[in-house]
Design a protein around this ligand. Structure first.
Ligand code: SF4
Ligand code: SF4
Length: 149
């Protein structure tokens, strides 16, 4: 198990043995930078996200909901701001901020901003889970993007 430092948490696009990357989870959590590297991500054929495993069928409600709507992720949903489905009512308030950030700035800027925040000493996602406030986390990402941090 890797230790939790910003430095060795940075593993952008680290490929799986089959060459795939984990990508961004449906809720906005970036599976490439997750603290749980053993999980192949919720877009893999064998996901075991620690949240999804709370459900008997191992199907996270956010994944099911996005698939039902035929969208790539919650950032493409018009109900995102007020949504309390699945992980958005888990008590962990970071993913909603990430999805809102992707909605406004796109996936590429989201990934770039994670890398930049890691360079500034933030530990994705641990630092943001500790903040646990959608507005504050969103603001940190936006300030980093604008180089105001
Ligand atoms: S909480 Fe659900 S949507 Fe988010 S990463 Fe885990 S399985 Fe994917
Ligand atoms: S309703 Fe909620 S869980 Fe479903 S796609 Fe929209 S934001 Fe995601």
């Amino acid at each position: 198990m890797k230790s939790e430092t910003a430095e060795n948490y940075t593993k952008p696009g680290e490929p799986f043995e089959n060459g795939d990357q984990k990508k961004i989870g449906y809720c906005g959590n970036h599976c490439d930078y997750c603290f749980y590297p053993e999980c192949p991500g919720c877009r893999s054929n064998n996901p075991f996200c620690s949240y999804a495993t709370l459900f008997d069928d191992h199907k996270c409600p956010n994944v099911t909901c996005c698939n039902g709507k035929g969208i790539e992720g919650c950032w493409q949903c018009g109900d995102l701001e007020n949504c309390s489905v699945g992980f958005f009512s888990s008590g962990e308030n970071d993913a909603k901020a990430y999805a809102l950030f992707i909605k406004k700035y796109g996936k590429e800027k989201y990934t770039e901003t994670i890398v930049n925040l890691q360079k500034k000493g933030y530990n994705y996602s641990k630092s943001f889970k500790e903040i646990n406030n959608v507005e504050q986390i969103y603001s940190i990402f936006e300030k980093s993007l604008r180089q105001e941090l």
